[in-house]
Write a protein that binds this ligand. Structure first.
Ligand SMILES: *[C@@H]1O[C@H](CO)[C@@H](O)[C@H](O)[C@H]1NC(C)=O
Ligand SMILES: *[C@@H]1O[C@H](CO)[C@@H](O)[C@H](O)[C@H]1NC(C)=O
Ligand SMILES: *[C@@H]1O[C@H](CO)[C@@H](O)[C@H](O)[C@H]1NC(C)=O
Ligand SMILES: *[C@@H]1O[C@H](CO)[C@@H](O)[C@H](O)[C@H]1NC(C)=O
Ligand SMILES: *[C@@H]1O[C@H](CO)[C@@H](O)[C@H](O)[C@H]1NC(C)=O
Ligand SMILES: *[C@@H]1O[C@H](CO)[C@@H](O)[C@H](O)[C@H]1NC(C)=O
Length: 481
């Protein structure tokens, strides 16, 4: 438990006490994540270019980085002082920076001990940045211990709404079994309201849930996509006048949950919401300015399926990889252009003639390729059908990435490397493939919803992410009811 102190330090450093852009503690970790991510990508490219595997890059690797970063704010190198990071805590973000498989990581491990000095960022990555752990969790013991504590003590207050509220449809949980692409949003609220995390006493709450549903607002003719922003702004106005809790922290201990990407622009007219509140969203991209990876959390997009698929163990996976979907992004265009006619990588545009589950059960790897957004339900689909997810979606802040070691059960491939896809996938020997596959079976349970919830399922994992983001140092002395 020697890491306890550093974990605590890290958690303290993540607390948000004042409006973010003026807060040192808020700002530094943000910069740090941006900074180290960028360094890592550079480092990764530099390193891999020496590996035989990657000897055939057609393009200049750096162009990928520059193109993709344009919308990011400039990195403020000046105020960075990384010395307090010298001993990284177990849930450190660096562990989640996309890496292809196991093969290259060996080359990155060589740089072991180094510390201090002006190059802290780079050297630090060399020594600690790569997680050699092949387990599903970054640190199982730490997670289980924290989870228990979370399960015991986390309390959520939900702003109350009566069934006769004209917008009860937006605020109350759905009374049907959620389904489809955006089911995660409805599942979360439905399960939360029945869980032991709920408290009726706001003074004992760690976090406050804003129960509006983006999905239901979209379909409500009184609101619709065009008026969601106004509705959210009005809602914040209402609760911040009626209750003292929002003003206390400017919304920093409040959260909402949304799966449809409309949720992002929904906060456009509520700056405090966007900058302070915890946004638990499916479209969690480091690239988008509205999403702040360590403040916000990634909600897995899950098309709910009940029970186990029938022939998971007996399935013969003869195809190397599979993708099907509409070609609605340059990344998918590229995939189809390179692999559209391949016999081992089945990349299919539009409607399939074979059943989807047959394809997922018949392939070793299943491709999750960025479309309009970084997220789709394909990762959860792959896991459900025992297929190893291959993530081709630059800047996707993967769900539960601060808990789960994605490298143990998935392969992350940079968009630029689409032409190398077959080499990358064939590079996994049968032993490595089986190791990944076993981990896929192990993590499946974290990507499933249940009513009522089942220990360690998607609901509990989201609760744990919230727990990591709670603000336990709130100062409330001057607030009177
Ligand atoms: C960085 O912070 C450490 C500890 O707070 C301090 O000792 C050190 O002087 C700082 N370095 C710079 C360059 O400000
Ligand atoms: C890394 O540092 C530790 C403690 O300072 C030391 O025991 C170990 O030998 C060092 N390893 C290398 C490869 O330098
Ligand atoms: C979580 O809390 C529930 C309700 O108190 C309890 O039934 C369950 O055993 C707890 N799980 C763990 C892992 O502590
Ligand atoms: C805000 O409160 C007003 C007055 O009670 C109400 O008419 C309106 O519907 C509320 N708006 C939202 C978004 O809750
Ligand atoms: C919260 O702050 C707003 C704006 O400063 C103010 O109008 C409102 O009255 C405050 N709410 C409460 C409950 O004091
Ligand atoms: C695939 O093959 C068809 C028929 O030979 C051809 O028309 C098409 O251009 C090919 N597509 C790609 C991406 O190579």
């Amino acid at each position: 438990m020697a890491n306890r102190t550093s974990l605590l330090l890290y958690q303290l450093s993540r607390r948000r006490r004042s409006p973010p852009l003026t807060s040192f503690f808020y700002y530094v970790p943000t910069c740090f994540v941006l900074f180290t991510s960028s360094l890592f990508i550079v480092l990764y490219i530099t390193k891999t270019s020496n590996v035989v595997f990657f000897a055939h890059h057609q393009q200049q690797p750096s162009t990928f980085y520059l193109e993709e970063q344009q919308q990011q704010p400039p990195l403020p190198f000046e105020p960075l002082n990384l010395s307090f990071k010298a001993n990284p805590p177990p849930f450190h973000r660096e562990q989640e920076i996309p890496v292809v498989g196991f093969t290259e990581s060996r080359h990155l491990e060589e740089n072991s001990n180094s510390s201090g000095g002006g190059n802290v960022g780079i050297q630090h990555l060399g020594s600690h940045g790569i997680n050699v752990n092949n387990e599903v969790f970054h640190d199982r013991d730490m997670f289980l211990e924290d989870y228990k504590q979370m399960n015991r003590s986390l309390k959520i207050y939900v702003y109350p709404h009566r069934p006769d509220d004209p917008f009860a449809n937006v605020f109350l949980p759905v009374d049907f079994v959620p389904g489809g692409n955006y089911a995660s949003e409805s599942y979360f609220k439905k399960v939360l309201m029945q869980s032991h995390f709920i408290t009726k006493d706001p003074t004992s709450a760690d976090l406050f849930f804003l129960p509006f549903s983006i999905a239901r607002m979209r379909h409500d003719p009184r609101i619709g996509v065009n008026l969601i922003q106004d509705f959210v702004r009005d809602y914040i106005f209402n609760i911040s006048h009626k209750y003292p809790y929002w003003n206390r922290t400017g919304g920093a201990d409040h959260f909402y949950v949304a799966c449809h990407s409309v949720g992002r622009s929904a906060m456009q007219k509520s700056e405090e919401m966007k900058f302070n509140a915890i946004q638990v969203v499916c479209s969690s991209s480091y690239f988008l300015s509205g999403y702040i990876s360590h403040k916000d959390a990634s909600l897995p997009q899950i098309w709910p399926r009940q029970g186990d698929p029938p022939d998971l163990s007996s399935s013969k996976r003869e195809k190397l990889a599979f993708f099907a979907g509409s070609v609605n992004s340059p990344v998918r265009e590229r995939l189809l252009q390179v692999w559209g006619n391949d016999s081992e990588i089945r990349a299919h545009s539009g409607r399939l003639t074979t059943p989807y589950d047959v394809e997922l059960l018949g392939s070793k790897f299943c491709l999750h390729v960025k479309g309009f957004e970084v997220n789709t339900a394909r990762i959860a689909d792959s896991l459900y059908y025992g297929c190893i997810p291959v993530i081709i979606a630059n800047h996707y802040d993967l769900p539960f990435a601060d808990i789960l070691n994605w490298r143990s059960f998935s392969v992350v491939v940079a968009t630029l490397d689409i032409p190398l896809l077959k080499k990358v996938l064939q590079g996994f020997g049968s032993e490595q493939y089986l190791a990944l596959k076993n981990k896929v079976l192990e993590v499946r349970k974290h990507f499933q919803w249940h009513v009522p919830p089942v220990e360690y399922d998607a609901f509990y994992m989201v609760m744990y992410e919230l727990w990591l983001r709670r603000s336990s140092l709130r100062v409330i002395a001057t607030v009177k009811q």
